[in-house]
Design a protein around this ligand. Structure first.
Ligand code: AMP
Ligand code: ZN
Length: 476
């Protein structure tokens, strides 16, 4: 089956063909770093991570750009109210953002451009738009004239009759009800901006939010690139405006496929900072949820369906993960010679195909997870009848590694190498009857949050260390 995605602009599922065979250029709207990302934001970043990993799992070479919005109305307001510089507001938030990505095992993308480092690229696009007669100065600002861009509204499917000629809007974020108005590309300096500002042909000022993404995406991915993603709230006005600015400036198609993810909700409402119904990742981990379960919950519902945030979903995720681990543990405990039972080969082949086809079908995660659980059932049945030999264990682990390229949660509880080494050293100490050394190692492990239990063939290890908890096994 060819890879397909639901394209927001065409309003249907379409076959995906990158501009350059085998290579995908992908742009993702990143965080506005005026305060910490909440778990709703991570729903969108997680969808984007699944997309990226799936493309790589399918053999594509991915170049992905995620911008850091370190200049907009909100960051400036935070600097002003805090009485600190823009950099002082954004730098610690950017650092925490990257920590959160690592905690959730969201892969690093190739480029994280900061808006404040790309002001000249933004100015160049605005200059071109003025030369073409599409942008114009008014009051202290430069605006994009949307009536000059016939395609305006195509992405969000808004009714052009709502177009309000010559009516302007300055705010970076505005709602559908504010309808179609000329939006600000460049905002001349005002007292509210305090220390923040850059020189431009139109005097001191700063860019509007939308132009930032046009400038940074085209700089790193070219004037036309493959995929642009974001949450559904980005469709209008942000992405509509990005298309208008970019296409009007270059005369070329801007983005070939638009993918948008549905929101994480709390009791039927979008999780958002303005509603105050949000949690940060740190808060959830402090409440005792494992980062792995959070990853599972955020990935486990199709990206176009709203996920409801609830305590129950984390409990269910933990149980699902434990079930998935049963097959992996059986494989890790494999022992002895022998060949792979034909039935195991057959089951692995069958469910690998379903898994891949599920993801190829617009990232149908339910189908992919169903295949995974079918394989767990079949594999466990075989392992219960006769324990896996080494070849079988390796066959299971090989398919697990394949799947985990896309999912990123199957091997979460891999024990750190230094812990494995310690467990082995303790086993050797015991075998050499050096019990005081063995006890010292046990104490050291416990002090780091690792509990061990000796079994016949190896050592079971369980742990809980703040961001993660789980269980593993170290063979003798
Ligand atoms: P922001 O930092 O507000 O610009 O948002 C960053 C990303 O998170 C954007 O792609 C938003 O669409 C997305 N986002 C914001 N709130 C939610 C939510 N409740 N669920 C899913 N995605 C969200
Ligand atoms: Zn953007």
């Amino acid at each position: 089956m060819p890879l397909q995605f639901y394209d927001t602009r065409r309003r249907k599922k379409v076959a995906f063909e990158p501009l350059e065979p085998g290579k995908v250029k992908l742009y993702t709207c990143g965080p506005t770093v005026y305060n910490d990302a909440h778990i709703g934001n991570f729903r969108t970043y997680m969808f984007e991570d699944l997309l990226r990993r799936t493309l790589k799992y399918l053999g594509y070479e991915v170049t992905q750009v995620m911008n850091i919005t370190d200049i907009d109305d909100k960051t400036i307001r935070a600097a002003k109210t805090g009485g600190i510089s823009l950099e002082q507001v954004t730098a610690p938030i950017v650092e925490r953002f990257f920590n959160d990505l690592d905690t959730l095992k969201i892969e690093r993308v190739e480029v994280y451009p900061h808006a404040t480092k790309h002001i000249s690229e933004m100015i160049d696009i605005i200059k071109t738009l003025i030369e073409k007669g599409i942008a114009y100065p008014a009051e202290n600002n430069i605006y994009f004239s949307i009536e000059k861009f016939a395609e305006y509204g195509k992405l969000s499917g808004m009714n052009l009759e709502k177009l309000e000629r010559g009516v302007r809007i300055d705010a970076d974020e505005y709602e559908e009800k504010e309808s179609f108005r000329d939006f600000a590309l460049w905002k001349g300096w005002t007292e509210d901006d305090g220390e923040v500002g850059w020189d431009s042909p139109w005097g001191r000022g700063r860019p509007g939010w939308h132009i930032e993404c046009s400038a940074m995406s085209m700089k790193y991915l070219g004037e036309t690139f493959d995929i642009h993603t974001g949450g559904v709230d980005n469709i209008f006005p942000h992405h509509e405006n990005e298309i208008a600015q970019s296409c009007a400036a270059t005369g070329k198609e801007f983005v070939r496929y638009w993918l948008h993810s549905a929101h994480l909700q709390v009791e039927g409402e979008k999780m958002s900072k303005s509603l105050g119904n949000f949690f940060t990742l740190r808060e959830l981990i402090d409440k005792g949820y494992s980062a792995r379960a959070i990853r599972y919950v955020l990935i486990g519902t199709h990206y176009k369906m709203g996920v409801n945030f609830s305590n129950e979903s984390f409990g269910a995720a933990q149980a699902s993960l434990e079930r998935l681990d049963t097959l992996r543990l059986a494989a890790e405990k494999s022992l002895g010679d022998g060949s792979v039972r034909p039935e195991l080969t057959e089951q692995i082949g069958k469910w690998s195909v379903s898994f891949k086809e599920g993801l190829e079908n617009d990232l149908n995660i339910s189908a992919a997870l169903a295949a995974l659980f079918e394989l767990v059932s079949a594999g466990n049945r075989l392992a219960t009848a006769v324990a896996f030999n080494l070849a079988e264990g390796e066959a299971v682990l090989a398919v697990w590694r394949q799947f985990d390229k896309a999912l990123g949660f199957l091997f979460w509880d891999d024990l750190p190498t230094e812990i494995i080494e310690l467990v082995r050293e303790r086993t050797r100490a015991k075998e050499g009857r050096d019990f005081s050394r063995a006890d010292a190692i046990r104490a050291e492990l416990a002090a780091n949050g690792y509990q061990i239990k000796d079994g016949k063939l190896g050592v079971d290890v369980t742990w809980s260390t703040g961001a993660s908890s789980g269980s593993g096994w170290v063979g003798k």
